[in-house]
Write a protein that binds this ligand. Structure first.
Ligand code: AMP
Length: 346
């Protein structure tokens, strides 16, 4: 049978086993990125083809591995300047906890069966944990007072959860417990998490621990934990301003300035600063007219006078001031302009 892959974890586990990576290292860290396919009902942020970037750690059962992955996601979001997000966390326990919790849940739901949707009435028997993330209003109402799995977690699972929370708190990761979070896939054990924005319904990233999957797919018993970020949803959160580069225009007065200036410009560009050059011969007044027409805020001018003093004339067209900047300080000065703008935008 052929299928378009809905997610990558199972494929990564397959590759991990096929290449017997567990014989080479105790801890193996892998990442992937690429398109995934699901038969979802398309709407904003929900597509039939979407892109994920994810990471998996094999071979470690310490909760600090779970924490490390969550902190990586947190760092990515901070780098993209995404705000007001929170990790929703839960534990679905080990096999023993799952069995005990499932029967407790069944007991609770059996008494309230009539109010549940048709799907959940079947789920009670087949896969009762999935009732917890049902979105039907009547089911949600019944679930309001459902016993939380935290109440019955075994000591190992409880300790795992407590130890996971400590590094998250220390690293100022915003998180909260969500007793309804079970995530769609049955392979999770202990930690599950999802990243939500502003109390929104759909997640930007999700993941968890899956200590049985490697063995279930034919390998030795090796614990693992991983996450996937939805790139489409992440991109929807990144505001265009953050992607924007500031425009710095450079004009020259005369051939001599151009020839000397081109070397300095090249050095500045090598330090990662974007410059827009124009080698058209004009006088200063006309250069400034062009800069105005282009809506330029930052303008650098190099003429004979500046060249002899080894400086550029910097003009801020919006704020209406100018200053001389020595060649050797040009890169730092321009970086300062960019940082000031980034701070202002934040
Ligand atoms: P999952 O593999 O279901 O844990 O999904 C991980 C992340 O992939 C989610 O948090 C979303 O950001 C993204 N994702 C999942 N399904 C879709 C979809 N149909 N369209 C766009 N993004 C999705």
């Amino acid at each position: 049978m052929l299928a378009l892959r809905p997610e990558a974890t199972a494929g990564v586990v397959r590759a991990y086993l096929e290449h017997q990576m567990y014989t080479k290292k105790k801890i193996t860290r892998l990442y992937y990125s690429g398109p995934m396919f699901r038969y979802d009902r398309p709407q904003k942020g929900r597509y039939r083809q979407f892109y994920q970037i994810g990471a998996e750690i094999f071979g470690g059962d310490s909760p600090y591995f779970d924490a490390e992955l969550i902190i990586i996601i947190d760092r990515i979001l901070r780098q993209f300047k995404v705000k007001q997000y929170i990790f929703e966390m839960n534990s679905v326990g080990c096999d023993g906890c799952k069995v005990r919790y499932s029967s407790k849940l069944q007991e609770y739901l059996n008494q309230r069966q009539d109010g549940l949707c048709q799907d959940c009435q079947v789920r009670i028997k087949n896969n009762v944990l999935r009732v917890l993330d049902c979105k039907v209003v009547s089911c949600k109402q019944i679930l309001e007072n459902v016993p939380a799995i935290q109440e019955i977690l075994c000591s190992v699972c409880k300790k795992h959860q407590e130890m996971l929370y400590q590094p998250l708190e220390r690293n100022k990761v915003q998180f909260m417990e969500n007793k309804y979070l079970v995530r769609g896939l049955d392979y999770y054990t202990m930690t599950v998490f999802e990243l939500k924005i502003n109390g929104g319904e759909s997640a930007v990233a999700g993941g968890g621990r899956y200590n049985n999957l490697v063995a279930e797919l034919g390998g030795p018993s090796i614990p693992a934990v991983g996450f996937a970020i939805g790139m489409d949803r992440l991109c929807n959160l990144v505001t265009p301003e953050i992607k924007r580069n500031i425009d710095i225009f450079v004009f020259f007065l005369g051939q001599n300035a151009m020839q000397n200036g081109i070397t300095i410009i090249n050095e500045v560009r090598s330090s990662g600063i974007r410059l827009i050059t124009d080698y058209t011969e004009r006088n200063l007044k006309n250069h400034l007219k062009v800069a105005n027409r282009e809506g330029a805020e930052h303008v650098l001018i190099l003429g004979e006078d500046e060249l002899s003093k080894q400086v550029f004339l910097y003009k801020n067209m919006k704020k209406g001031y100018q200053k001389q900047v020595e060649f050797e300080h040009l890169s730092n000065f321009l970086k300062g302009l960019k940082n000031a703008e980034d701070t202002y935008m934040r």
